[in-house]
Design a protein around this ligand. Structure first.
Ligand code: SAM
Length: 317
């Protein structure tokens, strides 16, 4: 379905829970989330109906996210059922990887084709600091299991944080040489309550180009990342720049939160509720959301925070 600016909306990012087994400082508050009532959240049936409805309107790519999608008890069933929806050509997932040792194979068998795994640092103490309670060993074991499980593509996502991991850009990028995976650096976005970081933390993607002068540019693959490769590397390096060079004119995505709100733009407070709706009701809300998708997300930096009205764990990234 085309929006008012001629963008063809084909990609739905579906958050299945706000809960997470980590507490990343840029993503959610230390105390976690105020757990919502069960009946405020989408049921598995509503999730499947929402995906069926979205597919009828032209969505063909689905990414399951969270919170942490792997803490959701029925995640394998949700993946299997949404992967089987007619029109959905590609089911992907974004995860912190910690529970992949148990779940990588069932997820692959359920139809998940691609995984993005978040990894901001290779230093165990820094990993514990940034996630507030995670263990680097668990995340690395998750990545190893995923590499063995036969996914079509694995990407590691690192959020660029000045003064925290800019010194690790070469080491993180090196993983694309050693393993068949892509490494993506994402500019830190100033969310509603991710306030631990001062202006120095918001570094532009160009810092990666300065730290890795040997990078060779590659043709875009239709996604939002600018693509490069280290000579001889198995995987690419992707640079995602929502702040310093936004890509809103190419944005083909909408988001569905775990409590059933369609967000036409990550950084806008506009939401359209699918909770409790039947197929026709969902069609109406989805159409409205797509037609009201803004042309861009507005200025974002340390002093202009996101107007999403939610933290990232309540949207899905
Ligand atoms: N728990 C999963 C994970 O860690 O990948 C999925 C949800 S998480 C919200 C999805 C992605 O959003 C992660 O790659 C995370 O690093 C990214 N993210 C969260 N907050 C962010 C922020 N303030 N700026 C940039 N990326 C952010």
């Amino acid at each position: 379905m085309l929006d008012r600016y001629g963008r063809n909306i084909t990609y739905l990012r579906l958050s299945v829970t706000e809960l997470c087994n980590l507490r990343c400082r840029y993503c959610m508050p230390e105390e976690g989330v105020c757990k919502k009532e069960h009946d405020e959240m989408l049921t598995e049936e509503e999730i499947v109906l929402a995906v069926e409805t979205a597919a009828e309107l032209g969505i063909n790519k689905l990414r399951i996210t969270g919170g942490e999608p792997l803490v959701k008890k029925n995640i394998v069933s949700i993946c299997a059922r949404t992967a089987a929806v007619p029109g959905i050509r590609e089911l992907c997932m974004t995860t912190n990887g910690v529970l992949l040792p148990q779940l990588a194979v069932p997820l692959r068998e359920a139809g998940v084709r691609r995984l993005n795994i978040s990894l901001d640092t290779l230093d165990a103490e820094k990993y514990r600091f940034i996630t507030r309670l995670g263990s680097l060993g668990d995340a690395l074991r998750g990545i190893e299991t995923a590499l063995d499980a036969g996914f079509e593509k694995i990407k590691l996502n690192a959020v660029l944080i000045g003064g925290f991991n800019d010194d690790e850009i070469p080491a993180l990028a090196e993983l694309s040489r050693r393993y068949p995976l892509d490494v993506r650096f994402i500019e830190l976005m100033p969310m509603y309550d991710s306030g631990d970081f001062g202006p120095e933390a918001f570094i532009p993607y160009k810092v990666v180009l300065e730290k890795l002068p040997e990078l060779v540019e590659e043709a875009p693959d239709g996604g939002v990342a600018k693509l490069y490769r280290l000579p001889g590397a198995q995987g690419s390096i992707g640079l995602i720049s929502p702040i310093s060079a936004h890509f809103c004119s190419e944005c083909n995505r909408i988001r569905l939160t775990a409590d059933g709100k369609i967000k036409p733009c990550l950084h806008s407070g506009d939401e359209y509720s699918l909770k409790g709706k039947d197929f026709d009701g969902m069609v109406e809300e989805l159409r409205c959301a797509i037609l009201h998708k803004p042309s861009w997300h507005g200025a974002l930096d340390a002093s202009n925070r996101s107007r999403a009205g939610r933290n990232m764990n309540q949207i899905g990234g």
